[in-house]
Design a protein around this ligand. Structure first.
Ligand SMILES: O=C(O)c1cc(=O)[nH]c(=O)n1[C@@H]1O[C@H](COP(=O)(O)O)[C@@H](O)[C@H]1O
Length: 266
């Protein structure tokens, strides 16, 4: 079954478009978990237990797992999220020459969806795009301040680069498996990209810690009700100062974000 059909079902089941970002910064994991064999896994397991009822997906960012213990923690985390019935979107922002991307794309046997970087063009993404079952989220207009450095540059046609990426993503969407990443910190750009691609679901990061616009994230991020609004630190570290109760605060933060976003959903 196509990823976006599965996501549609998941969103309906939990009545939520919240993507819970699993970015377990080791310097912020509660002290009482430090003695655990894999503190990041111990942390994530408790976060998943507390938030899964509000999670349309879990989105681990690969940057937080790139060492041997991290890989094990990620493997456990993905399996556990799947055990709870929650799809996993790996935020890896991948792409390379085709021969290398063919290797990268094997991760889609383990996770349900991935973020990819369009900078190297279509052939660098083709092994991902060819996977009909997976969700492939192409970076379009990112939420960080430097997102404007390249993505806002005007082409000869007068359109900014991020709009061209959106138009290209539409062409790349032969398998109905492409999404776009557009940050909530630039609501005008969200609106513009939505006009170019009415039918493509967005992953909208930048809510919470980055201060993005939740209403715009829903108004423009969803296509036919399908899309994702991510918060990572705002959920997983909501109970940072609450010791062993930390996960309970994360559950409440996820539920509050769900309810806030649901006010704007039709
Ligand atoms: O691809 C992403 O998810 C992403 C794209 C983007 O434009 N901005 C952005 O913040 N992200 C990711 O979304 C998450 C945001 O985390 P918080 O700011 O803690 O909610 C991080 O994992 C970022 O790497």
């Amino acid at each position: 079954m196509n990823f976006f059909d599965r996501l549609h079902d998941r969103i309906r089941t939990v009545d939520s478009v919240v993507s819970v970002g699993l970015d377990p910064d080791q310097s912020r994991i509660p002290d009482h978990l430090a003695e655990h064999d894999l503190p990041r896994w111990a942390f994530n397991r408790r976060i998943i237990d507390a938030t899964h009822e509000h999670a349309a997906v879990f989105k681990p960012n690969a940057a937080f797992y790139e060492d041997p213990d991290g890989w094990r923690a990620l493997e456990e985390t993905v399996a556990y999220a799947h055990g709870k019935g929650v799809p996993v979107l790996l935020d890896a922002k991948r792409a390379d020459i085709g021969n290398t991307t063919r290797q990268y794309a094997k991760i889609l046997e383990t996770v349900d969806a991935i973020t990819v970087n369009p900078y190297m063009g279509r052939d660098s993404l083709q092994p991902f795009l060819s996977n009909e079952e997976a969700g492939i989220f192409v970076l379009c207009r990112t939420s960080n301040p430097g997102g404007e450095d390249l993505q806002d540059l005007e082409l000869e046609s007068g359109e900014p680069v991020y709009e061209r990426i959106a138009a290209l993503a539409d062409l790349w969407n032969e398998n109905d498996n492409v999404g776009l990443v557009v940050g909530a910190t630039t609501p005008d750009e969200l609106e513009e990209v939505r006009e170019i691609v009415p039918d493509i679901p967005f992953l909208v990061p930048g809510i919470g810690a980055q201060g993005g616009d939740a209403e715009a994230a829903i108004e423009y991020g969803l296509a036919d009700g399908v899309g994702l609004v991510n918060s990572s630190r705002g959920i997983i570290f909501a109970g940072e100062n609450q010791g062993e109760q930390f996960a309970q605060a994360s559950g409440q933060a996820a539920r509050r974000l769900k309810e806030r976003l649901n006010q704007y959903r039709e």
